[in-house]
Write a protein of this length. Structure first.
Lengths: 380, 401
């Protein structure tokens, strides 16, 4: 399992080289969400990376409307010749790169793409060119293992770094920031809400919009042996918001995990760490509770709903099917109690006694004690 | 003279009743969700029987039905999809709305149902549209960050139908790119569990010692409203104008369908809008509960004015829905299913499917048994004297503030 990581300057690059890492991700400020490198800096750093025999991965992960897309691709020909691989997230960038470059491609499938079928289709879309898929950190280990073993290209997973929660192109901090911050390339803030128990969400605004991160950082270093054994090929370390010097201890822990050493590192690390959904993803278990179960029983013999109930007089039922005087009904009270009813009085809304009331109309039958409005009615 | 291009008005329908309302009030298409695979877990949604009935009803009135399958499905969800797709094909839905490539391929394998790529996929540019078209999509629901002009370029250069939101609540994030609920509340926002954390008030510490923490609803977006730029949609030949809001009320579904379809019909007939008409349609839109309106990115990139820096529901709406006409004829009178109570003597507005509201003074209210009432109760049926022009399914509203 190889480590991949970012360099933002020559210092980072030296640390990466010293750790024996073989590739580096470079983020240009016009193409990458958190890129800081100007074209000149990018070319210079890329050149040094190549001197260090590092493979240079060009991160193009912004999402782009057509206007932005046309602006940024003007710069690409000058940059592409300095990189070995393109990493893209916007499907438009993927399509453009397939047709306008000859570089190998890596697809960032971190948003959605939680099924093998989708991932296989992305790979098939760039036959012979797709060299890596970057998987979502929302996947559990069982799913990661399956994908790593069945996909036809190597997989990469964030193993250490910030968790991006939110990405908008709108500038959300600058309207609130004092003048002296607005001039900066980036505006930073920590956010908390009384409606959430979590305090201190890092928020960043830059030229590409506004981003919010989790208060804890993502860490799978404890599981590095397991990930290696299951066949994961690339483990990404993102230290862009912390000290790049941590790379040394992270690299040694990933290569040869020792609990005591890493526990000490965790204790001293500036942020709390979490493993997210690595062990299990249960983010759909609450859904049944969000559903109104009463509303889910409208199949089969469902006749309609009680719209009006007058004690001693009538139940008015909106009908989805024809109702005949000979029909027998089952009525389900909103609180779950069931009633069986034999109709002996059937009237229409003009209060005429009838033998049938058609679907789409309202029928009045005799009142039944205990039945309320919103009770569901079924043909027995 | 060539025939005027008229876009489709695509309205939300959170349940069968709302589908009927939207169709009767003029929506040329509706989008609906089944019990699974959509993003509105808490909406009524449609049972299989209701989907069948809804498609029959819509088709009988010349409207189309699109079914959302726009969750980011996990493998186990995907395994449950084939049976549902087979049902959708059998009942002849007009398209499915999909955000995940695995779902696209599953639908393609199993059916000939046209595929619309959901806004959840955040398709923003020509190249992305070309890619989805190659994957089998017939229409792209573009991201809400795309301007009308860009949408026109995408349509022409990618050679695919495009759909753009014209009205409703907006995600502040690029759709499909927000996982706040997933990581803070254990609810997958991209499978229907969004907890609307973007609508919370946040205290922001910008790291300045002298600065107090700023309190702001900084991640909350105003609602989109594109009525005044309707001519731009027409000029760029945007195929479908989408109204957000499957969780919203019957009055919302009806009013939006009516206003936008009337405005489009007027433009098709006259080639322009009169300012008086625009004012009147805007007045109609304002009678439905909403946040402050913005054009967001429809014309220019959304700026600071698009942020809704207020607590949710801080402004009570001036208008309230009172109920729905269940039946109207000389014998039965106007039978109303009451949602919110009203009093004898109140002035009610009955919203017809076409044309201006019908004003009725509720001087004579009786219950189903013809006994006089001075005040109605919610969840009851009451009668008013019959009035020509009032039809079943008409919505009734009242000014309350």
């Amino acid at each position: 399992m190889k480590i991949t990581t970012y360099a933002q300057n020559l210092h980072d690059l030296n640390l990466i080289k010293d750790q024996g890492i073989t590739e580096v991700i470079l983020a240009h400020k016009n193409f990458a969400r958190f890129g800081k490198l100007s074209t000149e800096e990018f070319i210079s750093l890329s050149s040094r990376a190549h001197e260090f025999s590092l493979r240079v991965l060009f991160e193009w992960d912004i999402l782009m409307t057509e206007t932005t897309f046309q602006e940024v691709i003007q710069e690409l020909p000058d940059l592409i010749k300095h990189v070995d691989v393109l990493r893209v997230q916007d499907p438009g960038a993927l399509h453009w790169a397939i047709h306008h470059t000859d570089r190998p491609l890596q697809f960032i499938a971190e948003n959605g793409n939680h099924n093998a079928r989708a991932l296989k289709e992305w790979i098939a879309h760039a036959p012979g060119r797709m060299e890596r898929i970057i998987l979502s950190i929302e996947l559990s280990k069982a799913v990661i293992e399956e994908y790593v073993q069945t996909l036809t290209v190597p997989c990469e997973l964030l193993g250490f770094g910030r968790i991006l929660l939110f990405y908008t192109p709108r500038s959300l901090l600058s309207p609130l920031a004092p003048e002296k911050l607005i001039q900066n390339e980036e505006i930073l803030a920590l956010g908390e809400s009384e409606e959430s128990p979590h305090k201190g969400f890092p928020i960043l605004e830059n030229r590409h919009g506004t981003f919010m991160f989790h208060i804890k950082e993502f860490c799978l270093v404890e599981f590095s042996t397991e990930l290696r054994d299951m066949g994961l090929q690339y483990f990404r370390v993102d230290l862009r918001w912390d000290k790049m010097e941590h790379l040394k201890i992270l690299k040694s822990s990933i290569d040869n995990y020792k609990t005591e050493i890493f526990d000490t590192f965790k204790d001293e690390y500036a942020q709390d760490l979490m493993r997210g959904f690595y062990l299990v993803n249960k983010t759909d278990v609450l859904f049944p509770k969000l559903k109104n179960h009463r509303l889910q029983k409208r199949e089969g013999h469902y006749l309609g709903e009680v719209m009006d109930a007058e004690k001693g007089s009538h139940l008015a039922i909106s009908l989805k099917k024809d109702l005949r005087k000979s029909d027998k009904l089952k009525i389900l009270h909103p609180k779950g109690k069931e009633f069986e009813v034999e109709i002996f009085s059937l009237r229409n809304l003009s209060l005429e006694d009838v033998d049938i009331v058609e679907a789409g109309s309202v029928a009045l039958i005799q009142y039944m004690n205990g039945v309320w409005v919103k009770s569901q009615v079924f043909l027995a | 003279m060539s025939e005027q291009f008229v876009p489709e008005v695509l309205a939300p329908a959170g349940g069968l009743d709302k589908l009927k309302v939207a169709v009767l009030y003029g929506a040329s298409a509706v989008y609906v969700g089944g019990q699974k695979f959509g993003l509105r877990t808490a909406a009524d949604n449609f049972t299989l029987d209701e989907l069948t009935e809804g498609v029959c009803f819509a088709h009988a009135h010349g409207s189309k039905v699109y079914v959302v399958l726009n969750s980011f499905l996990h493998d186990k969800d995907l395994s449950e999809l084939p049976e549902f797709v087979a049902h959708l094909e059998a009942i002849k839905v007009d398209a499915v709305i999909v955000s995940d490539l695995g779902v696209v391929q599953t639908v393609r394998d199993l059916s000939t149902i046209p595929i619309h790529v959901s806004t959840q996929a955040s398709t923003l540019n020509v190249e992305a549209a070309k890619l989805w078209k190659k994957m089998g999509a017939t229409r792209i629901v573009l991201g809400r960050e795309v301007s009308i002009k860009e949408a026109g370029i995408i349509k022409r250069q990618a050679g695919v139908e495009v759909e753009l939101f014209i009205h409703g609540s907006m995600c502040m994030a690029y759709s499909g790119n927000c996982v706040i609920s997933n990581f803070t509340q254990g609810r997958d926002s991209n499978r229907g569990g969004c907890a609307h954390s973007c609508r919370f008030e946040y205290s922001l510490d910008m790291g300045l010692d002298t600065e107090e923490k700023k309190k702001a609803f900084f991640m909350s977006s105003k609602d989109l409203e594109g009525l005044r730029v309707l001519p731009e949609f027409i000029k760029e030949e945007i195929d479908s104008l989408k109204i957000e809001g499957r969780m919203k009320s019957h009055l919302y579904a009806g009013t939006m369908s009516k206003v936008y379809s009337e405005a489009l019909k007027y433009y098709a007939q006259n080639g322009n809008f009169l300012s008086d008409d625009l004012v009147s349609w805007e007045a109609e839109l304002s009678k439905v509960s909403h946040r402050s309106y913005t054009k967001a990115s429809l014309v220019e990139k959304a700026d600071a004015t698009s942020i809704f820096n207020e607590r949710e529901n801080s402004n009570e709406n001036e208008w309230q829905m009172l109920g729905t006409v269940v039946e109207a004829n000389a014998k039965a009178g106007i039978v109303i299913e009451v949602r919110n109570a009203f009093n004898q003597g109140d002035l009610l507005e009955i919203v017809p499917f076409l044309g201006p509201a019908i004003l009725i003074n509720a001087n004579e209210i009786v219950d189903l048994l013809m006994r006089p009432l001075t005040r109605t109760k919610p969840t009851t049926l009451v009668r008013l004297p019959y009035r020509e022009g009032v039809l079943a399914q008409h919505l009734i509203r009242q000014k309350v503030h």
